[in-house]
Design a protein around this ligand. Structure first.
Ligand SMILES: Cc1cc2nc3c(=O)[nH]c(=O)nc-3n(C[C@H](O)[C@H](O)[C@H](O)COP(=O)(O)OP(=O)(O)OC[C@H]3O[C@@H](n4cnc5c(N)ncnc54)[C@H](O)[C@@H]3O)c2cc1C
Length: 563
């Protein structure tokens, strides 16, 4: 309850519905902010800006310090354990590890606070495949890989509220004209051709080469805006543009006018392509793993052995990381005691966002300073809405896991997922109570971060209820509580030119004696930036944020720190 300022408010959304002549009486709404402790982050920012950091009260030692406990930090810790290094500590600012992939609860119902799904990993994401095997999510049956049915997203997976009705899938198809369908086919052909001409891998770092970091096609696409590339191709259909804008905001936090053409193509070419209606798609095309608490299911399992082994220290903000000739010193503020602890270690994995890493290193290497200067981050919010019974619904396709509005009144609104969708009890799929997790990416809003920091929770709750009230007219009456998770720097936006920059600094030859990492892997180069004693691991270093990027970088950095 620490960070949930439970407040009570009558929702203006309900009032708006009433004044529009719809049912029903407004009800008192419970809610507040949840998830990331913005005040803790701001306190840290002020401390660092003041320059005078508190003197350490305690001195401790470990072989390795992992700074930051998101997916990358947890992956690094796992890699250390796999390499037989148990003498390490993971320092995490929040009270729970997981970063942007944590789960929460509203009224006792599990829901995601951030990341909510993982597409089935392809062979380029071998490290993620290994993790899924370890967690029992993937196994070989009669020579074929199978995924645990319980955790594959149940059908129906997604639907679109378009022209007053729900439609299956997210690509607007019903009622669109021949010209739109022709553009769908044209875009599909372009994605297929580019996918043949260059490697688009997930994680993207697997397509880099130490001798020639970026293929010429990647370079050309990275240099221009996706919007401009689409215009050059004559792809101007509003339905196609809406869909591509939705996809970019969903993965990159910003639309086609901000992300590079590389990012726009990579979204499709690195997975299963873009399939125009009527075109054959691979069976596993859109398969994703998901859980009521979203990817918090994964991060809790990654954190469990660390908690058991005493290596996880939450509520600890890293204040300073000093790299010396013989080791590293890491100062961390323990929020519960107010004490600063100094950790001395041989190496440190810096699994912090780039802007934070640049603040806590007294002399940041040039590549870190440059990355902090160049990267742009999208703010996000998740509104978790508890409803006490099933909602009225507009006609058309049945309720799905992911429910998206073609016309969302909120800028960057991405629709909602139903946290109750994976329930196994017969008849439970549509039954309330449940939690609807509404997502909004604010990367296209010039004042998005300031608004997130200053607007009260009711502002965001009312906006979510109002827009979702269009397909579900009784939502304001059914909603009993809303919790808002805010992320000021949720994810790096893959803007033009960023891939060219990051691909160069991310590829450093590993000194020959360390080519064989102690976890048994061989690597000719390190796929994540490093100095002599620091290995950097965070999705930011990929220039966009998905589980596969964060995990692969964390795994590599952990392997190096162990070596
Ligand atoms: C709303 C939202 C939805 C998303 N949905 C998906 C999805 O469905 N699927 C997907 O694959 N990806 C999704 N993502 C992307 C997701 O962020 C990545 O998958 C992944 O969680 C990034 O992990 P990371 O370790 O690189 O970064 P982070 O999650 O940023 O981890 C960094 C960690 O460092 C900690 N930290 C920061 N400063 C300090 C300090 N000074 N001292 C100590 N600790 C510190 C933070 O608290 C955090 O735990 C989503 C992101 C958001 C914000």
């Amino acid at each position: 309850m620490q960070r949930r300022q439970f407040l009570t408010a009558a929702t203006s959304a309900a009032t708006a519905l009433l004044s529009a002549g719809c049912e029903p009486a407004p009800r008192a709404l419970q809610g507040g902010f949840a998830g990331v402790d913005l005040e803790r982050g701001h306190r840290l920012r002020d401390l660092l800006a003041g320059g005078q950091l508190p003197a350490p009260a305690v001195l401790r030692r470990a072989q390795v310090v992992v700074a930051g406990g998101g997916v990358a930090g947890l992956a690094a810790a796992r890699a250390l354990r796999l390499a037989g290094v148990d003498d390490f500590v993971l320092l995490e600012q929040e009270d729970e590890a997981g970063g942007n992939s944590r789960g929460g609860q509203v009224a006792g119902i599990a829901c995601p606070l951030g990341a909510h799904y993982l597409p089935l990993p392809g062979d380029d994401a071998r490290e993620v495949q290994d993790l899924l095997e370890e967690l029992g999510l993937r196994r070989r049956v009669a020579g074929r890989w199978q995924y645990e049915e319980r955790h594959l997203c149940h059908s129906p997976q997604e639907r679109l509220f378009f022209e007053g009705e729900w439609h299956e899938g997210l690509l607007p198809v019903q009622g669109v004209g021949a010209a739109t369908l022709a553009q769908y086919r044209h875009f599909a052909a372009q994605v297929a051709a580019l996918g043949k001409a260059a490697r688009f891998t997930m994680p993207a770092l697997k397509s880099f080469d130490v001798k020639r970091p970026l293929a010429p096609i990647h370079q050309a696409l990275d240099a221009m805006l996706f919007d401009d590339w689409l215009t050059l191709q004559g792809l101007d259909d509003p339905h196609l543009r809406w869909y591509l804008g939705y996809c970019c905001r969903d993965d990159y936090g910003a639309g086609t006018a901000r992300v590079s053409a590389w990012a726009g193509i990579h979204y499709f070419a690195s997975r299963h392509g873009f399939h125009a209606p009527g075109e054959a798609a691979p069976e596993e095309r859109e398969a994703v793993l998901t859980w009521p608490e979203g990817n918090g299911w994964l991060t809790r399992r990654l954190a469990e052995p660390l908690r058991a082994g005493g290596q996880l220290r939450t509520g600890c903000s890293v204040l300073r990381i000093t790299e010396g000739r013989h080791g590293v010193e890491v100062d961390a503020l323990h929020h519960a005691t107010g004490n600063v602890e100094r950790w001395q270690a041989r190496r440190c994995v810096v699994a912090l966002p780039v802007f934070m890493a640049a603040r806590v290193l007294p002399s940041p290497p040039a590549f870190l300073q440059e990355a902090a200067r160049r990267l742009r981050w999208s703010p996000w919010l998740v509104a978790n809405i508890h409803i006490d019974a099933p909602l009225q619904d507009r006609p058309g396709a049945a309720p799905a896991w992911d429910n998206v509005l073609y016309q969302d009144a909120n800028p960057g609104g991405l629709g909602y997922v139903n946290a109750g969708h994976q329930r196994l009890e017969p008849g439970q799929l549509l039954a309330g109570p449940t939690v609807l997790s509404y997502y909004q990416a604010l990367g296209d809003q010039p004042q998005g971060r300031e608004q997130l920091a200053t607007q009260p929770w009711t502002h965001w709750a009312n906006a979510a209820l109002a827009t979702l009230g269009v397909p579900h007219p009784d939502l304001a009456r059914r909603a009993t509580g809303v919790e808002i998770a805010r992320y000021g720097h949720a994810m790096a936006i893959p803007v033009p030119g960023q891939l060219a920059f990051l691909s160069k600094i991310g590829l450093q030859p590993i000194p020959s004696k360390r080519k064989q990492l102690s976890n048994g892997e061989r690597m000719p180069w390190l796929p994540t930036p490093a100095t002599a004693r620091l290995a950097f691991a965070h999705a930011d270093w990929s220039g966009y944020s998905v589980f596969e990027e964060a995990f692969t970088r964390g795994h590599a950095a952990g392997g190096v720190a162990a070596g």
